[in-house]
Design a protein around this ligand. Structure first.
Ligand code: GAF
Length: 371
């Protein structure tokens, strides 16, 4: 392995969970995620040539080497494309050494990819004095994922990884990326948000995600609106006959989820956690039955959490595996965890992992070193 010198900049960015507002970022809806305490760190050093070297503390046996001239959207490769894509999207024209480290659980639906992209983007923005604000960085990191990696994600994960603040969820309007902070202090009410990684990774994810987006887009074109944000439920129901059954179900989820998200903000402000729990569970039912992005493992986690007293539970993220959340009294968390572990064992699912996290801060530059 070649020599690695000390970095010029160290930056980090978190993964996320989404309280509510699922599969509506690309329909220009409202989402209410928060940053988790698990983070990815990028150590970046500017080089005098055009070589790009990337390595990860989590995979010390591999060192990836490329060059600025070789950056091309759609290139084949593995996880390093998330880093190369950001270098490409930010228009960096100098070689860099980038070393990654972090503890965001991989493949758990907790946005390890956005954490990686946003840590690298934040570090490059600082190192090359690009002067990009968080909104611009969110759009550029999304561009990296959409065009360079080829994943048709929306804007939620990158936005929250960049813009989140400790102690609050981020109400993000995906139409214009305006935000407001909604304080979330579950501990003060003896509550906890349990994160359940089902460890299920169904291969469907990318193709099915793209199909959901297409169904929303075709519904919009038949309804002559630019996004599902532009229609209220009564008008959607009145136009049902214009849509296929599938388009109607997808649109019905999106329109109802946008309303639930705004209602969740209201109940959170009033600290009405029973109402918040009900909205979270309604979101799951809608994702399961209308958007059809859940799976047996996620449903089992949610149903078991509810049977053992959770105030609300639902799948989070893209679906078809990954994680669920359960909002419950602190005193019930252990019983919920062991009931889910038992249920998974009986169903012969993989062993679930459990995490807890308070709402944490977004991306930041940790250090700038002079040389
Ligand atoms: C994934 C995507 F990356 C997000 O943009 C969002 O659509 C989410 O699935 C579903 O809400 O995490």
């Amino acid at each position: 392995m070649s020599e690695w010198l000390a970095p010029d900049v160290i930056a980090s960015a978190p993964g996320r969970v989404n309280l509510i507002g699922e599969h509506i970022d690309y329909s220009q809806g409202f989402v209410l995620p928060f940053a988790i305490s698990f983070r990815t760190t990028a150590h970046i050093r500017r080089r005098e040539d055009h070589v790009i070297r990337i390595r990860s503390q989590q995979r010390l046996d591999e060192e990836i080497s490329s060059s600025i001239a070789d950056l091309a959207p759609g290139s084949q490769g593995g996880w390093e494309r998330y880093v190369l894509g950001v270098i490409w999207a930010l228009g960096i024209n100098s070689g860099v050494d980038i070393e990654i480290d972090g503890d965001v659980p991989l493949g758990a639906g907790l946005s390890s990819s956005a954490a990686l992209e946003c840590a690298v983007a934040t570090g490059l923005n600082e190192l090359f004095s690009l002067g990009l604000d968080k909104k611009q960085l969110a759009l550029l990191t999304q561009k990296a994922e959409n065009l360079y990696v080829g994943v048709p994600c929306g804007i939620m994960d990158q936005s929250v990884s960049l813009m989140a603040e400790a102690g609050s969820a981020l109400l993000l309007d995906c139409r214009d990326l305006s935000t407001s902070l909604v304080p979330v202090d579950l501990g003060a009410s003896d509550l906890e948000l349990l994160i359940i990684d089902t460890q299920a990774r169904h291969a469907l994810v990318d193709g099915e995600y793209a199909k959901r987006r297409q169904a929303c887009e075709s519904a919009c074109s038949k309804l002559h609106i630019s996004s599902l944000r532009d229609i209220e439920m009564p008008a959607l129901v009145a136009s049902k006959k214009l849509l296929s059954e599938e388009e109607f179900k997808r649109a019905h989820h999106a329109v109802s989820e946008m309303a639930r998200t705004l209602e969740a903000v209201d109940v959170l402000k009033r600290k009405d956690f029973a109402a918040l729990g009900s909205l979270i569970t309604e979101s799951h039912v809608s994702l399961r039955d209308e958007y059809e992005v859940s799976c047996l493992e996620l449903n089992c986690a949610v149903d078991t959490a509810l049977a053992y007293g959770a105030l609300g539970a639902r799948m989070v993220g893209g679906g078809f595996g990954g994680s669920a959340i359960a909002l419950a009294e602190q005193g019930q968390i252990e019983a919920i965890k062991s009931a889910i572990a038992d249920a998974f064992k009986s169903a012969q699912f993989a062993e679930p992992r459990f995490f807890a996290s308070l709402p944490s801060e977004g991306a930041k530059v940790i250090k700038r070193l002079d040389r």
